[in-house]
Design a binder for this molecule. Structure first.
Ligand code: NDP
Ligand code: OXD
Length: 312
């Protein structure tokens, strides 16, 4: 039998992964962290979500690390991560679609004044609000990778003028694209709804700060589904309290779970979800992992690899 596959996650039990991988690859030596990993010298592949720092470095014969999330900051935060081992990530169409749904839901919630109608209903008031046509509500998507591209295309299909910002130049049909720091002010200046779906890297940490918020048009709405550490919390609270920002839908936080005493919980302009914008679904995520296991074992180039230098 080939080397063992270790399932390293405290959040999920890996039963579905074991079933799907076994169906595709035949009998496996599949080990779960929560049941004990046995002799870790046998481990060839690690499927990992937020592994304890140093753990992966202790697997002497490890050949491939698979991030069980599309984000890889949870792996690269480990300064002992073995650099000779290939790092790959899941590619999950189901998750990608959910992320776009999350962004579109909050954008429409804001755009169509749903909070005002909910308040009117409470007061038994029949009160149509002034409306802004979607062609006058430009949406800016930060990050034009797998998720950001899908999200931006869906906003464009709904008729919103849609912009995207990335590190390198990109072409996305129906989307006005910007790239690099120099283009950031022009991109932000038009984004009446700002969707963040950047990876967390050295360059993007803290990017959603007072300077970024000030560059947005007055009354802009923020949707953060990237990572909590993209946001400088005090700067966001100040931008909301000053009235410069109309509101923020936040799925990710600097500390998760969000501490009970955090000012976001009770803030009238903040909408909190518990890091649920996109769930990894083993059914939709496993085909790419199975393909990579086959590739690893037959010496072919791996797909969906991560570059530790750029951090994504
Ligand atoms: P990708 O790696 O496919 O794309 C990343 C995008 O960000 C690329 O367009 C890249 O630019 C851009 N980018 C990276 N660094 C910079 C920079 N310094 N300046 C400008 N643009 C930059 O990522 P995904 O779309 O797959 O995922 C994005 C993130 O979404 C994940 O890393 C994770 O943090 C988050 N996520 C959150 C979930 C949730 O439930 N809330 C679920 C899943 C993911 P370029 O195209 O030029 O390379
Ligand atoms: C991911 C996440 O990165 O769920 O996939 O945040």
């Amino acid at each position: 039998m080939a080397g063992a596959i270790a399932y390293i996650s405290r959040d999920t039990d890996g039963v579905a992964w074991e079933k799907l991988l076994t169906e595709a690859l035949g009998p496996l030596d599949f080990r779960r962290l929560r049941d004990g990993l046995g002799n870790t010298d046998d481990i060839e592949i690690a499927l990992a979500w937020k592994p304890q720092p140093g753990l992966l470095a202790s697997f002497k014969n490890l050949k491939m690390i698979v991030s069980l999330g599309m984000g890889v900051d949870h792996l690269l935060a480990d300064d002992k991560l073995p650099h000779h081992v290939a790092i790959t990530r899941i590619m999950d169409d189901g998750l990608v679609g959910q992320m776009a749904e999350f962004a579109v839901y909050w954008a429409l919630w804001h755009h169509r004044d749903i909070a005002k109608y909910a308040a009117s209903q409470k007061a038994k008031k029949w009160k149509p609000e002034e409306f802004v046509d979607s062609i006058h509500r430009p949406v800016g998507v930060m990050g034009l990778g797998t998720i950001g591209t899908d999200t931006a295309k869906k906003f464009a299909m709904l008729g919103f003028p849609t912009m995207g910002w990335s590190r390198t130049a990109k072409t996305v049909p129906g989307v006005e694209t910007f790239h690099g720091r120099d283009a950031l002010p022009a991109f932000l200046g038009k984004s009446t709804i700002l969707v963040n779906v950047l990876p967390l890297t050295r360059e993007t940490r803290g990017l959603l700060d007072k300077k970024t918020f000030a560059a947005l048009p007055k009354g802009a709405f923020l949707i953060n589904m990237g990572r909590g550490a993209h946001v400088v919390d005090d700067d966001l609270l100040a931008a909301l309290d000053s009235g410069h920002l109309a509101g923020a839908a936040l799925d990710v936080f600097n500390t998760e779970p969000l501490p009970a005493d955090h000012p976001y919980w009770a803030h009238p302009k903040v909408h909190i979800t518990p890091h649920m914008a996109g769930y990894t679904n083993p059914r939709t995520a496993s085909p790419g992992v199975i393909e990579n296991i086959k590739r690893l074992r037959t010496g072919q180039p791996l797909l969906h690899t991560v570059d530790p230098k750029t951090g994504y």
